[in-house]
Design a protein around this ligand. Structure first.
Ligand code: CA
Length: 405
């Protein structure tokens, strides 16, 4: 719709509300205000109007104020107790519009609006101005009780530094790009780093644009505390009941738990069986030979699920060659012998754990640096100073999809 058409229909602007649900209470814990135009009984979203950079800020601010006015009135008169989420363009906080926005909030505070129930959603990618100024404004807003959510994460390049400087209360991840289960590992890594960031800065994770059960499950698996999307509840001109999805949440999450149990059980069972296998074979192998020869015979004894095997000492120095499985044979690659792997993530911690628990560890799933394929590593304490590392082949994981989880 043409921006001028929107401006000509200011009186037709209406706030819509989309519920946000919580993973722990299974109830509605907030409503996001969305702008719509109601013309000839047709509902038109104002999303494109607000996201269009060629629309002047003045226009956007005018429409925003109108929407907020109507939303605040309805929110206060219906005595809603859960937070109201407002979309605010970050650039407003750089201009005199900041005062307009604040005056508007304070004005409604006098009319009974509890500012501790206001969450401002800001898109970090849209913001082009001075970050110091912005964080200064947020600090002030926080003294009023207002909370800050960073919107639209996971849709493009986000700057993690900037996000943590803003000290958000909520990270809002948009699952729009998550179309199918075959999506690249890179996407999962981005979501994973956002969940780590949320934990580090003490923010809650909210997943938006949940449009299928797969999205819902994905959000739950990735430590989402809050959920929003048409699969759960579409935006509506009224506030939906707080417990509208309570039953469904209980059932759906129970299902997620079942799946999680099944996958994790498969993982633990593989680790247990590998532990037993290595323990048994290692006892039988004659050790009065060169270490490379000893490990070579161990490799030959093992079930053929590995494509690379090597041994390090507890400081991470590689004590053997790399045994590489090619065409049913174990080839010796001498290039890695003597190298140090203590810098790898969790290396020292895992060695200590193996030593203390006297048992092997199955790693999480990750991309192999050399092959770029998704693998897992099983590591095992052969004795006090020798640690065995066995990389499980991607083919084996593909055949056991529970292990790809
Ligand atoms: Ca939003």
């Amino acid at each position: 719709m043409d921006p001028l058409d929107v401006m000509m229909h200011v009186d037709k602007v209406k706030p819509y509300f989309q519920a946000i649900f919580s993973a722990d209470s299974h109830e509605v814990v907030g409503y996001e205000v969305l702008g719509k135009l109601e013309i000839d009984q047709k509902i038109i979203s104002l999303g494109t109007f607000f996201h269009d950079p060629t629309v002047p800020d003045d226009f956007k601010m005018e429409i925003d104020q109108k929407i907020q006015d109507l939303a605040f009135k309805k929110y206060v008169s219906e005595n809603i107790q859960v937070p109201l989420y407002l979309n605010v363009h970050a650039n407003y906080f750089e201009t005199e519009k900041e005062d307009q926005f604040l005056d508007h909030l304070l004005n409604y505070q006098q009319k009974g609006l509890d500012l501790a129930n206001i969450v401002i959603e800001i898109s970090e990618q849209q913001f082009s101005g001075d970050l110091d100024l912005l964080t200064h404004t947020f600090k002030y807003l926080k003294t009023l009780g207002v909370k800050l959510a960073i919107d639209d994460l996971g849709t493009g390049a986000s700057n993690l530094d900037r996000i943590s400087l803003m000290e958000p209360d909520i990270l809002k991840v948009n699952l729009h790009a998550l179309q199918s289960e075959s999506i690249s590992t890179n996407y999962h890594s981005i979501i994973y780093s956002l969940s780590l960031l949320a934990r580090k800065v003490g923010a809650e994770l909210l997943f938006a644009e949940i449009i299928t059960n797969y999205h819902f499950h994905y959000a739950w698996r990735n430590s989402g505390r809050y959920y929003q999307g048409s699969f759960l509840s579409p935006s509506a001109s009224d506030f939906v009941e707080m417990n509208i999805l309570k039953e469904r949440f209980r059932k759906d999450i129970q299902q997620f738990i079942l799946v999680e149990r099944k996958k994790l059980t498969a993982k633990f069972q593989l680790a247990k069986s590998l532990n037993l296998q290595i323990q048994g074979k290692w006892k039988q192998i004659k050790k009065n030979r060169e270490l490379d020869v000893v490990i070579d015979s161990l490799a030959k004894e093992m079930e053929h699920i590995f494509f690379r095997i090597y041994v390090t000492d507890e400081d991470g120095f590689q004590k053997t060659v790399n045994f590489i499985h090619v065409n049913k044979n174990w080839m010796w690659d001498k290039s890695a012998k003597g190298k140090n792997w203590s810098w790898r993530p969790y290396f020292i911690e895992n060695v200590i754990r193996m030593k203390e628990e006297q048992s092997g560890i199955l790693s999480d799933i990750y991309n192999d640096i050399e092959t770029g394929e998704r693998i897992r590593t099983f590591s095992y304490p052969l004795d006090e100073s020798l640690y065995l590392f066995m990389d499980i082949s991607p083919m084996y994981l593909d055949e056991h999809e529970d292990l790809l989880w």
